[in-house]
Design a protein around this ligand. Structure first.
Ligand code: IVH
Length: 714
């Protein structure tokens, strides 16, 4: 029967792929979004009727399973290096001389100039499928350059990354079905601004810049969140794939120009602002052109990458320790401006950290008016030697928050006279500030400090935490009996400090506080809410319903909401999945906590310390009593491999690394990223590298895939 259905499904998939390519790779859509959506709905409906026909490379399958316990570490086929930088023409010319000196005299050298995209690099692995197409099997972050994190499920959501390359396209691109490519993930500025707008509306700190936002996004444990963020991927490197045996990781094309062309032909997004140059003068022309384009691109770039075009020359030039000799990054000068430091404001964050924020005379830098800059902490003020009234150089990278780089000390600019005094008492509650030995930040340790409580509540109610709509800044202030600030952007910690610094003295309580701890939220009565300004029957009811609903937010969000140091969204999710209940976490010692993936001694210690405080235990108890759910779905782990640590390396014949990891963990074992004396087994596949050597050196038993299967099942 499904013959007809299969045909229809295949046709729809091909059409959707074609339109995705036009839209996401070529920026040249041929149909409306509505037409695309309707085609996608038809495909989804057909696939729902015929689940047996669903394939991994179907356009419906971009958001799939999510990694439960973080990302597996995987070795790169060859290191992902960085680039040496040139900051001016002289340095670029010096590089050219070094290139020429290393090659036979008189040999012609040609260059490829590409934009230096300010994102993060990824390696994508494609391997042949039965139908002769190449399938995306793995996406890795750069990691430490040698080993990256397997973020395949997130990479699959990036629309400009094809899930498969059809045999016909491989043929026209002259590509084998096994290849690896590298390139840059970027978050377009519009998507970045939108994401930050959402975050601020939710009471979260905005990401500092698109690069950080992209890096955070690609490591999110929820592929559907990644899918919403609209990351983009540009390819710039083409290498032999895993099935090319000895050639693995080697350049696949004789020249970089041909590699880019092949990538383009195969359907990848290659940046259009790329040029071939016959001389350094031509390179410099391109640099100038690129600088002119910079503000109109819609994504951040921080320079131009110049590469020697010929692969043969590249091989002869080789690498220094950390960078190729055959390429260099020509970095643009930072966007900067000069202005006067008018004042310094001190902002208290959720954890009590006090952040100094510079109030500047407004200055236009790269199209944006800047009037605030972060000063980070007392050490930074000392390092800069800045005084009130000084003229300062302010830089704005791709960052949201500008920073002061240095004080201007020349004849035209009079130095300020007044020292900046870091407060000794909390500006909000007057408690003496404390600095922990070895840390740079001064903190207010008054757990009931109104400024801290305000930030805690904002955080707790925000969308990615307990998601209590209606618990906005104005409501938080009223619940705490505080005055409404004029400027109440709900940002946290340092980034927030910049935005909030203007809010003067939230200490003077205007009215009686309805809320003194997070648990009080769950005891609010409608009659109390109705006494507040601008709160009517309807909004009071709506808020109470939202608060009620938040009780089911789940353990991970509650953990996040408690504001334990170092416990962010990701760690909270991992802890919740591992322990399954708050009670189990409360009982766990540091050692047990460290069993959780990605929880190291520092984080474990912070958790133990947090729960060692009576006040915090009491808060948890009260939340529990109020009916806040504190459980999570727990992986029911077997016990066969309990207490045993495994390390995976190389490519296994039939299992993906994720699958092997899941199998080990399901049997109670643990997967670690590096081989040590504590490793019980190394599971090695094809092309195992340094980990295999290390295991042999330490006498760690080595298993292949069969061996692992037997161990688990046998
Ligand atoms: S080639 C072997 N090309 O810049 C060196 N890198 O500073 C490989 N980058 O880690 C890099 N745009 O993340 C190359 N067109 C481009 C690039 C680019 C951005 C990034 C990349 C790399 C960093 C090095």
């Amino acid at each position: 029967m499904p013959k007809g259905a299969q045909q229809q499904i295949e046709t729809l998939r091909d059409e959707l792929r074609h339109h995705e390519h036009l839209y996401y790779v070529l920026d040249a859509p041929a149909i409306s979004d509505a037409e695309y959506d309707s085609m996608m709905s038809r495909l989804k409906a057909l696939e729902a009727e015929h689940p047996e026909l669903v394939t991994q490379d179907s356009p419906t399958q971009r958001v799939g399973g999510k990694p439960r316990e973080g990302f597996a570490k995987t070795a790169h086929s060859r290191p992902m290096l960085s680039l040496d930088n040139a900051y001016n023409e002289a340095e670029l010319r010096a590089w050219e001389r070094r290139v020429r000196d290393a090659l036979p005299a008189g040999e012609r050298v040609q260059y490829v100039c590409e934009l230096k995209l300010d994102g993060l690099s990824l390696a994508l692995h494609y391997e042949p499928a039965e139908d002769g197409s190449a399938q995306l099997v793995r996406g890795l972050t750069r990691g430490d350059g040698t080993t990256g994190e397997d973020v395949t499920s997130n990479v699959r959501t990036i629309r400009s990354v094809p899930l498969r390359v059809a045999p016909g396209k491989l043929e026209s691109a002259k590509l084998p079905a096994s290849f690896e490519l590298r390139g840059e993930v970027v978050l377009p500025q519009a998507a970045f601004l939108k994401m930050n707008e959402d975050r601020v509306a939710q009471g979260l700190a905005p990401a500092a810049n698109p690069r950080n936002a992209a890096a955070g996004t690609i490591r999110t444990l929820e592929p559907n969140i990644v899918a919403q963020r609209r990351l983009d991927f540009y390819a710039y490197f083409l290498l032999h794939g895993a099935q090319d045996g000895a050639q693995r990781g080697e350049f696949l094309m004789p020249t970089q120009s041909e590699a880019l062309e092949a990538l383009r032909t195969a359907g990848f997004r290659v940046n259009a602002n790329t040029t071939h140059a016959n001389s350094i003068d031509e390179v410099l022309n391109f640099v100038e052109k690129a600088e002119g384009l910079r503000d109109a691109l819609g994504y951040e770039i921080d320079g131009v990458v110049v590469k020697v075009d010929s692969g043969a020359q590249q091989r002869r030039l080789g690498f220094t320790g950390k960078a190729p000799r055959w390429a260099i990054a020509f970095k643009f000068a930072a966007r900067a401006g000069l202005t006067k430091l008018e004042d310094v404001l001190f902002q208290v964050g959720r954890t009590g950290k006090v952040t100094p924020v510079a109030a500047l005379s407004p200055v236009l830098i790269g199209g944006t008016t800047v009037s605030r800059a972060t000063l980070h902490n007392a050490d930074e003020i000392a390092r800069l030697g800045v005084r009130m009234g000084d003229f300062v150089q302010v830089e704005r990278g791709g960052d949201v928050i500008p920073k002061i780089t240095h004080v201007i000390e020349d004849k035209q600019h009079r130095r300020g006279t007044r020292e900046i005094e870091f407060p000794t008492k909390c500006p909000a509650c007057g408690t003496a500030l404390v600095k922990v030995e070895g840390e740079v930040d001064w903190r207010c340790i008054n757990a009931n400090c109104p400024a801290r409580l305000r930030e805690e509540l904002r955080h707790f109610g925000s969308r990615s935490v307990m998601n209590i709509e209606g618990l906005g800044d104005a409501m938080v202030a009223q619940l705490l009996g505080q005055k409404l600030d004029e400027q109440t952007d709900a940002l946290t910690e340092e980034e927030a400090a910049v935005e909030q610094a203007e809010s003067e003295d939230p200490a003077s309580p205007a009215k009686q506080a309805l809320v003194r701890t997070l648990a009080d939220l769950y005891r609010l009565k409608k009659s109390e809410l109705l006494q507040l300004e601008r709160v009517g029957e309807k909004s009071a009811q709506a808020l109470l319903e939202e608060i009620e609903r938040s009780k089911q937010a789940g353990l991970a969000r509650v953990l996040l909401g408690l504001g334990i140091r170092f416990v962010g969204e990701r760690t909270a999710q991992l802890l919740a999945g591992h322990f399954g209940s708050m009670d189990a976490i409360l009982e766990a010692g540091a050692e047990e906590l460290e069993q959780v993936n990605e929880v190291g001694p520092k984080v474990a210690q912070a958790i133990v310390e947090f729960f060692a405080e009576d006040k915090n235990r009491e808060l948890v108890r009260q939340l529990q009593e109020a009916g806040v759910a504190m459980t999570a779905e727990k992986r029911i782990a077997g016990t066969k491999l309990a207490g045993q640590t495994f390390v995976l390396t190389g490519t296994l014949p039939t299992m993906t690394r994720e699958a092997a990891k899941e199998m080990i963990e399901a049997a109670g074992g643990r997967v670690s990223g590096s081989v040590s004396k504590k490793t019980n087994y190394l599971v090695a596949g094809e092309d195992a590298g340094s980990k295999l050597d290390k295991a042999r050196e330490l006498g760690v038993p080595v298993l292949d895939e069969d061996g692992l299967q037997q161990l688990v099942k046998g």
